[in-house]
Design a protein around this ligand. Structure first.
Ligand code: 5RP
Length: 216
């Protein structure tokens, strides 16, 4: 990653802090961009009640900073979810899951009123699919799901050695040109054995921040 990309991630994370409401519980994603956001939350931890975390990785950083972490079931809908992405198209549809946290990220995004996505400019694409699409699968269904994804024109590769926080495996699907992300998300969700797909199109981002720019 270039220093410039990391500087843009940090800038985007700083901008996202302005969306945090006093006394609220904030949903937080996973990854290097969100790590900047979490460190920012650490500087204002007396002004929030706490967070809901999307991964063990983020929870560990939150614990280091003394930020209370709540179970989503205990807090109900959230006002704000902040997360990074691997790709973002002009409609604010995303590919996520490079850090294997897509399922919990998707759950928190679905349970949040506003989803603010923070990225560097290298994540912007005209059409999703250059980044291999992560799909979380039940381990015994890996080969079946891979065959189904190949029938849809993708080239699935097993992310060997990676076990998600939910005890599942990841297939990364190469060579997709995702012209209709809502349709593809709906279709892949129907494959038996798929836990979730890293397309965030049915619930896209509401606001995208690229470096210091909030996209219109
Ligand atoms: C984790 C994700 C991340 O948001 C995505 O991989 C971007 O990561 P980074 O901020 O490190 O570039 O989806 O599952």
């Amino acid at each position: 990653m270039s220093t410039n990309a990391d500087a843009q991630k940090r800038q985007a994370a700083e901008q996202a802090l302005a969306f945090v409401e006093e006394g609220s519980i904030v949903g937080v994603g996973t990854g290097s961009t969100v790590a900047h956001f979490i460190r920012g939350l650490g500087t204002m931890r007396d002004r929030i009640e706490g967070v809901v975390s999307s991964s063990e990785q983020s929870t560990a950083l939150l614990a280091q900073l003394g930020i209370p972490v709540f179970d989503l079931n205990a807090v109900g809908p959230l006002a704000l979810y902040v997360d990074g992405a691997d790709e973002c198209d002009p409609h604010k549809c995303l590919i996520k899951g490079g850090g294997a946290a897509l399922t919990r990220e998707k759950i928190i995004a679905a349970a949040s009123k506003r989803f603010v996505c923070i990225i560097d400019a290298g994540k912007q694409v005209p059409v999703l699919g250059r980044f291999p699409l992560p799909v979380e699968v039940i381990p015994m269904a890996r080969s079946h799901v891979a065959r189904e994804l190949a029938l849809r024109g993708g080239q699935p590769a097993w992310r060997e050695g990676v076990v998600t926080d939910n005890g599942n495996w990841i297939l990364d699907v190469h060579n997709l040109h995702i012209n209709d992300p809502v349709k593809m998300e709906t279709d892949i969700n129907q494959i038996v054995g798929v836990v979730s797909v890293g397309l965030f199109a049915r619930r896209a981002a509401d606001i995208v921040i690229v470096g210091d720019r909030v996209l219109p």
